[in-house]
Ligand binder design. Sequence first.
Ligand code: ZN
Length: 137
Amino acid sequence: MKMNKIEHIGIAVKDLELSCNLYEKLLGVTPYKREQVFSEGVYTAFFRTGESKIELLQATTNESAIAGFIAKKGEGIHHIAFQVDDILAEMVRLKNEGFTLLNEEPKMGADNKLVCFVHPKGTGGVLVEICQELNIE
Ligand code: ZN
């Protein structure tokens, strides 16, 4: 098992509208999707640039991980997401390699995906997400 490619880069922002305007100018495209993820306490907007995507994340509650991140580090790159074919198998592989997973079960993330996060303490300070596309709309 391995990871296939960088699926998207997640960027924590304070104000999704302001940042959407900024990224529209920067990338020359408009977001293809906006979505609220209640389980994570975030509003998200997705931009597509060729094969890659940018996910902007704004906290909707103070308990959101994004709110904590912004308070500690300010706006900026929050996580790197890798696409996998079989998230369960990949979670087992990562655990066997000694990584700490932040959720024991895959959870429903934004953009129609099952996701799992890997603790940054074992990855050189980078929050890593692995995600598997769901074939449902
Ligand atoms: Zn993500």
